[in-house]
Design a protein around this ligand. Structure first.
Ligand code: LLP
Length: 407
């Protein structure tokens, strides 16, 4: 991508960095609302609700917007549920979809009246001990998985998640012993699909299981809806086509079985594109014939490129006007972390950068801040929201050095 001045075509990048510091996460309310609405209208099937999977981004101000659009939420931990409650979600709008969680964590959900989805027989037994007579949701591992990287494939024979289909009769026995009602089934086979086939096949498979367990009132088909990180190269996920296929599947199922509620669990789709990460070019050099653009965006701030080889588009915002010029060959854009793997983009064609230029890393709203760390003892950055009317609002203060060791 080339030179840019504004983020989301709206706000001056250098002004934002001057006011709130660098690096900085910026979110656009309009885009967030649009993505929520698109997810809500995925199906025409009337008993359909969307659970936003908050692990993608738990900023409470963004959660409030998601809630105001009528979405529900998933939580993976007491921390996520705590933030969801803070954002005003009622407990019956939250599902705890944990993995290998402790008795105390299950107790937290039960005490707050939150439905729990368990993903092993062992967790089902544990929940049965503390919530005898209650309802439970079972997370199924359908034996198939899909995703953009091995590390985000969450279904299949080698994935740590979910109850194997062959163990369902045992799960029913355990639930019966604890007088628990299996009110829901859910699954999540992996993250980031841009073609509908695997999702539709997995939806058909879980509905078949729901046909066999008559107490099931809700089937949650999972998340994983992808976004085109490579602009102009990847096609957008065709939601209309996916929705039509799912509607047909569900309506046929309902016609031959019973009414049922359907849910999905999108994380990335809701928040990825409404977020951008701004940073600053701190040093440039050519070493042994390789160009390096050094920045303050290390993997402490955005870990996706290092963890999954993920691609994010990068735009350069020159500090002052100058003619457009490109490097003679692809470059490495790197961070300030003391590890050679701290690479934001490699073999990237970008305009020549100067110290003090700013960068926009696009589509950083999902699994950006939520996976950031204080590695190398670098405080977490601030987050700001561009509201619908253009107002800029600080929605999380940057950490300070004192926050690294609160007295
Ligand atoms: N439901 C469950 C149970 C999940 O584990 C996840 C994501 C989701 C829903 C939402 O998936 P999504 O719609 O966002 O694909 N950090 C990785 C993605 C990890 C996803 C983990 N589970 C990344 O940055 O690509």
């Amino acid at each position: 991508m080339g030179f840019e001045k504004l983020v989301f075509g709206k706000t001056d990048v250098h002004e934002l960095l001057n006011e709130f510091g660098s690096p900085l996460y910026v979110y656009d309310e309009e885009i967030l609302r649009k993505r929520c609405q698109e997810m809500k209208s995925l199906l025409t099937y009337p008993q359909f609700r969307v659970n936003y999977s908050a692990k993608a981004n738990t900023n409470v101000e963004l959660l409030k917007i998601v809630r105001s659009e009528g979405l529900d939420v998933d939580g993976m931990s007491p921390g996520e549920m705590y933030l969801e409650i803070k954002a005003g979600f009622r407990s019956d709008r939250i599902t705890f979809i944990g993995n290998n969680v402790s008795r105390n964590e299950l107790q937290f959900a039960v005490d707050n009246g939150i439905l729990v989805s368990v993903d092993s027989l062992s967790q089902l037994k544990l929940l049965g001990e503390i919530n005898r007579g209650g309802s439970v949701c079972l997370r199924i591992n359908p034996g198939i998985g899909a995703g953009h990287h091995d590390k985000v494939i969450t279904g299949g024979k080698k994935a740590k998640f979910g109850i194997a289909v062959e163990d369902l009769p045992l799960a029913q026995e355990i639930a019966a012993r604890c007088e628990m009602t299996i009110s829901g089934l859910n699954q999540h086979i992996g993250s980031l699909f841009l073609e509908p086939d695997a999702y539709v096949a997995a939806a058909a498979a879980i509905l078949e299981l729901a046909a066999m367990i008559r107490s099931v009132e809700t089937v949650d088909l999972g998340g994983g809806f992808g976004i085109p990180y490579r602009h102009g190269v990847e096609q957008r996920l065709d939601l209309a086509n996916l929705g039509t296929q799912l509607d047909t599947l569900i309506n046929d199922w309902v016609a031959s079985h019973r009414p049922i509620s359907i849910r999905t669990e999108p994380g990335r789709y809701v928040v990825a594109e409404c977020g951008a990460l701004l940073g600053t070019v701190t040093a440039v050099k050519e070493n042994y014939n390789t160009f390096f653009v050094g920045t303050d965006i290390g993997f402490n701030t955005l870990v996706r490129p290092v963890m999954y080889d993920s691609y994010h588009e990068i735009s350069v915002v020159p500090r002052e006007e100058r003619p457009y010029e490109e490097y003679s060959k692809p470059v490495y854009v790197v961070g300030q972390i003391c590890e050679s793997g701290d690479i934001l983009a490699h073999d990237r064609v970008i305009p020549c950068c100067h110290e003090g230029d700013a960068l926009i890393v696009h589509d950083a709203g999902a699994y950006g801040f939520s996976m950031a760390s204080t590695y190398n003892s670098r405080p977490l950055p601030a987050e700001v929201l561009i509201e619908k009317d253009g107002t800029i609002r600080l929605i999380r203060k940057a950490q300070t050095l004192q926050d690294l060791w609160p007295d």
